[in-house]
Design a protein around this ligand. Structure first.
Ligand code: NAD
Length: 375
């Protein structure tokens, strides 16, 4: 089989840019996969990060100027992982250069930026998707399949969210993710919200109403230079929404928190129906909790193995973690771009990213006016 080669350039070689490089580095873990990947170019403003990428033998272009990377004929797809205030400009530059794009969430700093990016993506005809990796874990995939099979019966309630805890430490220094000018007014919703809505939106659970509870808990943090700096973004957000499933209006609670006690990086999804239900959380990464209603009712714990959407050489009993679902997300991007997704779960579409911004903008309005906002 001749494999298509996907040559990737990275703009933003920080936390996520390097995570992407590491996913490409173990691409051969994907079994019988139709696309090869090669990281060819990297752009970051920091010399020490460019130096880190020098250990990747396929990278030929190291630059601090993203325009230089975009001029390279050796780049087909660009992964952009930079602060949110730069999304709009850089995503548009990628599209104008005629490259495909895997955009980082939240796909623009606010709704107008997301709309502009969405319009440009549509006009360009380029292949554009947005990142969200947790749904590619075995647990969420089982929840998705169970819902699609109808075995939950009538859905009564949905709970989806993503929690972090490290901001509970008031001595944690400020960074760009804590300030409106670089992270956006939507704050934690922009940081964590896409992870919470990817599965719901894909399953058609689109909020028709929202009531939002937003909290700013620490309003300043050490600036790392001996002083204090303002932290003006929302820390925690609970969105009470309703979605239409069949003829029913179903409550769906979406939670994104930076201050969730003890929750290092907890992504979860719970779906409860009249006939059955499921609960999955990365906190207990192997465990899938399955509810069945028969004569007696009960929750059963199943220990999951490595049953990922794109098969790998990893043993079936081995548990999956963050680097695995991140590799799976990239595999979904590459497969869909090559027209070979074959009904597997795909990355967030520009339409879904735009919808998330509509929800977060409505949540800001809801919180400001203490009212339910229709979408
Ligand atoms: N998918 C996920 O799980 C996940 C996790 C964390 C962050 N993110 C998203 O990834 C993006 C980046 O976050 P991060 O945590 O990697 O941030 P980071 O601060 O670790 O890295 C950002 C990098 O961008 C570089 N940069 C800034 N301006 C640039 C420019 N003009 N040209 C080139 N490089 C530039 C910085 O030097 C820095 O190295 C954000 O959109 C964030 O929301 C996604």
């Amino acid at each position: 089989m001749t494999k298509q080669k996907m040559r990737v350039g990275i703009i933003g070689g920080g936390l996520m840019g390097r995570e992407a490089a590491s996913a490409f580095g173990r691409w051969f873990a994907l079994d019988n996969f139709p696309v090869q990947v090669e990281l060819t170019a990297v752009c970051d403003l920091q010399e020490k990060l460019l130096d880190w990428f020098r250990q990747v033998p396929t990278v030929k272009l190291f630059t601090k100027d993203h325009a230089e990377l975009l001029r390279s004929p050796d780049v087909d797809v660009v992964y952009v992982a930079v602060p949110h205030n730069l999304h709009e400009k850089l995503y548009l530059d990628v599209l104008n250069a005629g490259k495909d794009l895997l955009a980082e969430k939240p796909f623009g700093i606010d709704l107008p930026a997301a709309q502009t990016i969405y319009d440009a993506a549509k006009t360009s005809g380029k292949f554009v998707r947005c990142s969200s990796e947790f749904p590619f874990l075995p647990g969420p995939q089982r929840v998705i399949q169970a819902f699609q099979s109808g075995r939950f019966g009538r859905i009564m309630e949905i709970h989806s969210g993503f929690w972090h805890a490290s901001d509970l430490d008031p001595t944690k220094p400020v960074n760009w993710k804590r300030q409106v000018k670089t992270c956006g007014e939507i704050g934690v919703m922009g940081d964590l919200g896409m992870h919470a809505v990817h599965v719901p939106f894909r399953l058609g659970w689109n909020p028709i109403r929202v009531y939002a509870q937003l909290q700013k808990i620490y309003t300043e943090r050490p600036d790392g230079k001996g002083g204090m700096a303002p932290c003006d973004t929302w820390d925690n957000a609970i969105l009470h929404t309703e979605v239409k499933i069949g003829n029913d209006e179903v409550p769906m609670r979406l939670e994104t928190k930076r201050l969730a006690p003890g929750e290092t990086n907890t992504w979860f999804l719970e779906v409860l129906g009249t006939e059955g239900g499921m609960r999955y959380s990365t906190k207990d990464t192997k465990a899938l909790w399955v509810f069945e209603r028969s004569k007696e009712q009960g929750w059963t714990r199943i220990d999951l193995g490595h049953q990922t959407p794109f098969t790998t050489i990893t043993g079936g009993i081995f548990e999956a973690g963050f680097p695995d679902c991140f590799l799976q997300m990239w595999a979904a991007y590459a497969a869909e771009r090559a027209g070979q997704l074959n009904n597997k779960f795909g990355c967030v579409t520009p339409g879904e990213a735009l919808l998330s911004h509509k929800l977060f903008a409505a949540a800001l309005e809801s919180h400001a006016q203490k009212k339910v906002v229709r979408l």
